[in-house]
Design a protein around this ligand. Structure first.
Ligand code: UDP
Length: 474
């Protein structure tokens, strides 16, 4: 192996994974590792118009972005229920182009340095065969939560034991065949895909292939840290590949750059006006509400949440991502109820996309009502903000349960967003159990901070990964 290893990074073309992988890329570039980052054309276009990715990476001559088509028409929403179309089209079309790129060595300006390894999102099960064909070691970076991934990996056992699929009338039954989860998890706390009755459902098939292929990689990277996930990481180590837990990756990059906040690589333009609004609110008085970049809600659900927030009496900052409210509008939606409009004007703010890391780090924020995506969860953990989980899909059901029952950093609304539930949960986190939840969240944030400092577990794992890449292990 030469002195300049060259890593190909292949993120899942979605907000969370792209942002995480770009942060990993920067951490590798800082160590003089060459990186070719493969974006889809769609993602690259949006990153260019909404973030400073190009100017940010100009300082790294060892970094290149290459693009491939994702095979979907530009107007496909690539969110909500239609996300599966993106996975299918990546597998059917982009995969071939990638293979050709790797086997022919046509990697643009980085072509003169042959690739030495591939870091791919764990969801790309085809990467195993692609890496074998191009004779390159494969490292999977699973940007979902380790506990969510473990629930995926256990799907074959749930099927074998006859527990899958879950019936709607039996969702409170305890989980029996998922090691480490048996004490705390009910069926409703496992990924919502498991409620689908068909074993040949497209998403179930993707998960099965992921469970099958993942152990064939040489290494697994996780965006987490030992103090929060030691139990699940021990289980991951039994799979065979070398395990590196390098998170929280946003805090890790900030710490290594000695910067207050490294860039966030957003696919939407951030509305920074909410920071000035937060500046004017009392400490820990605001509930921040967001369902991330993929989940959607109906008009009815959004009205319930709105009533719940208003009735709780709390101040709130709510992200309404464009296109995130779906389905038929109700007749009475034309006029927003006067009490909601008035309360929102007095003590609320609605924005299209927020600078979330900055928002969670703001002293005015006292709680996060979140869909429980892993990036949002970890950003909240790192900022010491208690959570209320309203999970939608992927790993979110699992994450929300871990937040409430394992880490005890918040509450889990699971499968309900009625106004009464929202009101009660907000009151509980902001008032009734405020001291207890804040105390635990702040203690966990300190552990997260130490993990990415010299001597910390994530710091040591990243150093080990860098050495293993540099000295030719991968
Ligand atoms: N995010 C943001 N502004 C928003 C909403 C979300 O910057 O208004 C970011 C958030 O900080 C996180 C990512 O979008 O890094 C969402 O990733 P997550 O894994 O939480 O959920 P997903 O979008 O994949 O469901």
């Amino acid at each position: 192996m030469g002195r300049h290893p060259h890593v190909i990074i292949l993120p899942l073309p979605l907000q969370g994974p792209v942002n995480c992988m770009l942060k990993l890329a920067e951490l590798l570039c800082l160590e003089e590792i060459h990186v070719t980052f493969i974006n889809t054309e769609h993602i690259q276009r949006r990153l260019r118009s909404c973030s400073d990715v190009e100017s940010r990476f100009k300082r790294y001559p060892n970094f290149r972005i290459e693009t491939i088509p994702d095979g979907l028409p530009e107007d496909n929403p690539r969110t909500g229920d239609r996300i599966v179309e993106l996975f299918q089209s990546m597998e059917a079309e982009s995969q071939m182009i990638l293979r050709e790129m790797l086997t022919s060595g046509s990697l643009g300006p980085n072509s003169e340095k042959p690739p030495s390894s591939i870091i791919a999102d764990g969801f790309f099960s085809f990467a195993v065969e692609m890496a074998e064909q191009s004779k390159l070691p494969l490292i999977y970076f699973d940007t979902i939560s380790p506990c969510g991934l473990w629930a995926y990996l256990c799907l074959p056992r749930l099927i074998e034991a006859g527990e899958f699929p879950f019936r709607d009338d039996d969702l409170d039954a305890p989980v029996k065949h998922v090691e480490e989860m048996e004490c705390v998890m009910r069926r409703r706390d496992l990924p919502s895909f498991y409620r689908i009755g068909e074993i040949d459902d497209v998403l179930i098939q993707f998960i099965m292939r992921e469970a099958w292929e993942l152990p064939k990689a040489q290494a697994l990277i996780f965006n987490t840290f030992e103090d929060v996930d030691s139990g699940t990481l021990s289980l991951m180590r039994t799979l065979g590949p070398e395990v590196y837990a390098v998170g929280p990756i946003h805090a890790h990059l900030n710490s290594r750059l000695a910067a207050a906040a490294a860039s966030f690589y957003g696919l939407w333009k951030e509305d920074k006006s909410c920071i000035a609004w937060l500046d004017a609110q009392p400490p820990k008085s605001v509930v921040y509400v967001s369902i991330g970049s993929l989940a959607c809600m109906t008009v009815d659900q959004s009205m319930e949440i709105w009533h719940g927030l208003v009735n709780s009496g709390a101040r709130f900052l709510w992200v309404h991502r464009e296109g995130s409210i779906v389905g038929p509008a109700r007749d009475d939606d034309k006029d927003i109820p006067a009490e909601l409009a008035k309360a929102t004007e007095e003590r609320g703010l609605i924005v299209g996309w927020a600078p979330q890391e900055e928002v969670l780090g703001h002293p005015a924020v006292g709680a996060f009502l979140t869909h429980g995506g892993w990036n949002s969860t970890l950003e909240s953990v790192a900022a010491g903000v208690p959570m209320i989980g309203w999970p939608h899909f992927v790993d979110q059901q699992v994450n929300a349960r871990y937040v409430s029952e394992v880490w005890k950093l918040g509450l889990d609304m699971k499968d309900s967003c009625g106004r009464k539930t929202v009101e009660e949960m907000v009151r509980e986190v902001m008032d009734v159990r405020r001291g207890e939840l804040l105390g635990r969240a702040e203690a966990m944030a300190k552990l997260a901070e130490s993990s990415v400092k010299p001597g910390g577990s994530s710091y040591a794992d990243l150093d080990r990964l860098i050495l293993d890449i540099k000295f030719g292990r991968f």
